[in-house]
Design a protein around this ligand. Structure first.
Ligand code: ATP
Ligand code: MG
Length: 386
């Protein structure tokens, strides 16, 4: 007999959402079902502020655990033994659970969501604790024991477990709608995307490259990065647009110092058009205040004016060190640091403007035929699913 036959999944923030709660729970359950496909999980059902995942015959418990770690909305989960609401059966399960660990001390921690169960949580703690102590010789320690055996008494069943695994927290993918993430091959934009994904947004990705002027390395990197991010949100669409010809026109028709700001403004304009196509309501970038010349307050303001759609910059107040740590945690860092030619380092000015004046920027852009550039970009756009 397998030691665990379910995963008990707990969420946190969702429980606070009042009237929205059923929508959040339903979405979370759906997301769990989808991401566990092919791993042999059985039923996934909602039960009193939890979700219970049954392990089917021959289920890949390790694979399921790996997947649950990446599902937004999950605060923690536990591989557990499912019991009848019968004290003797619960005692046996707790004894078996405690016997698996060579700890010297333990405690029982019961949570009773079904008040129809004939014993209070304290009574269960006491009676099951006595049985485990007798059966294992372990000592009961209430403060900081080496092992805690949890018992949850829910609708029809009781669950017994001793290991809680952290989930990523946040809100279930999709409950907040859709946004478009501008993703480069760098460190920052994948972290920005992750942070907004964690708030329940489903993301579509857009990358600008300079192939055939440069190699396709940046596209390859972005593909790998989007694959990592897809482990959290499910299959994702990546749009790619060649920026080389657009950059060339900017380069030949406008003064050098403004180039970076003008490239970014084109990125936002094109981003907005793609967002409209895919039903996204906001753009996301990895900009962080003051990090590079194009990210001074003045330049950010001058860039933002190119788009009417809101631009979310979750990293705006983060230090590079914090961002790097986050990139490592998410699993994108090692890909991001591989060398590639950034489309924007291709035609960088020697002395980039750090205080672009929006009025001047607009005047300079008159020479660009922006509408035509947008059509050029969209015509050459490609799309793939990862
Ligand atoms: P990153 O590490 O994300 O590249 P960065 O600190 O290098 O960020 P910039 O290169 O100035 O900053 O880019 C600022 C933001 O503009 C990026 O975080 C990203 O959202 C967007 N961006 C920059 N280059 C590209 C690109 N080639 N394709 C799509 N988006 C881009
Ligand atoms: Mg960059």
């Amino acid at each position: 007999m397998a030691s665990h036959d379910v995963f008990v999944v707990h969420y946190h923030e969702i429980a606070l959402k009042g009237g929205n709660r059923p929508i959040f729970e339903k979405r979370l359950a759906e997301n769990i079902r989808r991401s566990l496909q092919g791993l042999g999980a059985g039923r996934v059902r909602r039960a009193y502020g939890r979700i219970v995942v049954e392990l089917g015959e021959g289920a890949d418990a390790e694979g399921i655990e790996e997947a649950l770690r990446k599902i937004f909305g999950i605060q923690y989960f536990a591989p557990a033994k499912k019991c009848l609401q019968d004290l003797e059966e619960i005692k046996q399960a707790a004894l078996a659970e405690a016997s698996r660990h060579d700890s010297a001390s333990f405690r029982i921690q019961t949570k009773r969501s079904n008040k129809a169960f004939g014993h209070t949580s304290l009574e269960v703690n006491r009676m099951v604790g006595a049985a485990v102590q007798k059966g294992t010789g372990k000592k009961v320690v209430l403060k900081d024991p080496e092992l805690t055996v949890f018992i949850e008494v829910v609708d029809r069943d009781a669950y017994v477990y001793s290991k809680r695994v952290q989930g990523p927290g946040g809100l279930p993918t999709g409950v907040s709608g859709r946004a478009l993430a501008l993703i480069s091959g760098g460190i920052d934009s994948p972290v920005a995307a992750y942070m907004m994904m964690k708030r329940g947004l489903k993301l579509t990705f857009l990358h600008f490259h300079s192939f055939p002027i440069t190699s396709r390395a940046s596209v390859e990197k972005v593909r790998e990065i989007v694959k990592v991010l897809s482990e959290y949100q499910g299959p994702s669409e990546l749009y790619t647009i060649p920026l080389g010809d657009i950059q060339k026109r900017i380069w030949t028709r406008t003064p050098g110092g403004l180039r970076m700001v003008l490239y970014r403004r084109m990125m936002l304009r094109l981003g907005e058009r793609v967002a409209e196509q895919v039903g996204a309501k906001a753009l996301i970038t990895g900009e962080s205040l003051g990090q590079v010349a194009s990210q001074t307050l003045e330049n950010l303001v001058a860039i933002e004016k190119a788009a009417a759609m809101p631009v979310f910059r979750p990293l705006i107040g983060q230090d590079k060190e914090e961002i790097i740590q986050k990139a490592r945690d998410i699993g994108t860092y090692d890909i991001s640091v591989l060398p590639h030619e950034d489309c924007c380092t291709l035609f960088v000015p020697k002395h980039p403007e750090t205080r672009a004046d929006p009025v001047y920027v607009e005047k300079v852009e008159e020479a660009l035929e922006v509408g035509d550039l947008i059509e050029m970009g969209l015509d050459a756009m490609e799309k793939e699913r990862l």
